[in-house]
Structure formats: structure tokens, C-alpha cells
Design a protein around this ligand. Sequence first.
Ligand code: SF4
Length: 364
Amino acid sequence: MERNDILLIHGTDYKEMAKKILERADVAAEIGDRNKSVALKPNLVAARTPASGATTHSELLAGAVEYLQEHGFGRITIMEGSWVGDYTLDAFRTAGYDKVCRKYNVPFVDLQKDSWKEYEAAGMKIKLCDQAMASDYMISMPVLKGHCQTIVTCALKNNKGIIPNVEKRRFHTMGLHKPIAHLNVVAPNDFILVDNICGDLDFEEGGNPVVMNRVLGFKDPVLCDAFMCDCMGYSVEEIPYITMAEELGVGSTDTAHANMIYLNQPEETAGKFRMSHRVERLAAYTAPEDACSACYGSLIYALDRLNDAGKLRGKLPKVCIGQGYKGRTGEIGVGRCTSCFAKSLKGCPPKAADMAEFLMENWR
Ligand code: SF4
């Protein structure tokens, strides 16, 4: 797999989707020696279920462990340290990781309790947990979601889980962006398996999940986070730590030249889940008919950007979306399925950033 590749798979069999992404990336060949130790680093920010939009789904962990075991790797560890104020082991049980560890006989390491050492990170000293740094290969498994301070969070910020609590506190006093960028100069980012199943609209602790039913694979954490901006309707410049990390040589924000590798097509799965009141308010501006989750979720993110810009006011025609509109005419729609509409945005699915721009210009 190349550093500018982006792997995408849609569906609801999350365990199999994780395995297929790792298979396509040929992670086993990249790790090489079967005696090497492999760490899986999910996002267990707090004791919240994955369905809330806060934490990595246990099915992805199960898929990653199965993939590695089937390829002969025996030294697999799941590791994470929750945010200051929550106990990692509470989050571990709430997210159902105890069952994964039991089923596959894989240990869990609470990094809040780990020892640490200080590292030089491009002019900044940063403390990192010893067990995370001792792993031969790290598969980072962030949730693509909103964040109350940094606006969004995915690969780069997921590494905050491998620093001790004392360092997490210091990061907050420094405003997060600069230390997160520097952290990623030394943090292991061997492979990034992104949980884009139902990350939260704007809060790392969950509560307003936006269903996308998608799993992504990256080699480059900066490209991952730049792509996340596209997915949530932000520009990369709005999230300072991403461009700072690029300037420090961690990776590239050039999503325009990324190589998109679709392992399958989006499925019609939207509308089969419960929405929070907040998401429901945004959904009131839409008219879905057999919409795919990735398309519909992107529209919700786009509407949230319009809401931020104060544009969700007055009487607006509903935005049509979904396979039910194929060959039909109408006023305004997003996605290839609405190509016969008077105003329609191409793409299958279009990115939230493009949807937001299209609606800003064309929605009256
Ligand atoms: S354009 Fe149509 S087929 Fe493509 S993702 Fe959107 S709803 Fe699905």
C-alpha cells in the first residue's frame, strides 16, 4: 500500500470490513516476521458505547485480531489510555473489549498505568508510554468524529491515548494543536484503520452519532485527517494541528492527489437507525429515499456546516438524496442518483465539503 492510498469499504459487517481493509493493505507482509509484537490502539476516550459515536467498535478490534492471528501473529496487544477523569478499564468494559480479549486470548494494557519516557519531538519534549513505544508495529484505530476543542479528531489526535495523564494535562494547557502535531513526529503510525461507522457530529464523548457505515485504511495520518475534513465539511486550514503536522514532515494533506481505492460500493442502509434530536433537526431538511449511509451521513455533516454558518433559516426545499430518485426529476438533490434534478451535485457519494459548498451556492 502506498502512502497516498485511501482504502474504503462500506457495509454493516464491521468485523469482515476490518479484515478486508487489512488484507487489501497487506499489513501482514508489511509487518513481516511473525514474532514481532503488534499493538492495536482503539479510541476509548471515555466509558461510552461505540453506538454513541465516541469509541471504536469492538467488531473492528475483533476483525483486526482475527486477521493477525490467521496470518500467524501471536504477540498481539490491545492498548489505550482514556482521557483524564475516566478509568480506562471502565471504558474497556463499556465498549465490550473484555469479550474480544477473552474470545481471542489477547491481553489489554491500560496505558494510564504504564511507565513512560521523554522523547525529542522536533524541538518539543514529549512523554510517551513505554509499552506503546516498545511495540514493533502499531495499528491505530481512531473514530472519525467531531471534537469540542479541536473541531475534529481522527488519526493524529488518537495518539494522545499513548501519552501519560500528566502529559495529557500539559497538552491542554498548550492548546492541544501544537503538541498533537509534535507528538506525531515520534508516535508510531504504522497503519490507520478508521472507524467511520457512526462517529459523533461534534463531540468526542458521543451523543449525536452520524451513521456512515464505513471503514477506512491509511498509511499517512495527515492524509487521513485531511480526508476527515472533507468527510465532515471542514477545510484543513480550520484544524491547525493537521497543517502543523504536515509542516513537521509527518505526512501530506494533499487529498486531491490521493488514490481512492473502493473495496465495494455504498449500500442503502440509511434510515435504519435511531437519530438523536440534534441529528433529527438537521435531517428535517432532507428527503431521503433509499439513501446509502455514507451519502446521507455526509449530508448531515454538510447541513451542520450550513447551520454553523447561519444558513438553515426560512423555508428551504428539502434536499433529495438516495437511490429512489434515480431517473426522476426534482428541484435540488445531492449525489449521482439525483442527476436528473434541476440542481444536482455529482458524486457517489459526494464529500460533505462539496455538499456544503453546493448547498451554500444553490439552495434557495
Ligand atoms: S449517490 Fe446514490 S448510490 Fe451513490 S452513495 Fe449516494 S445514494 Fe448511494
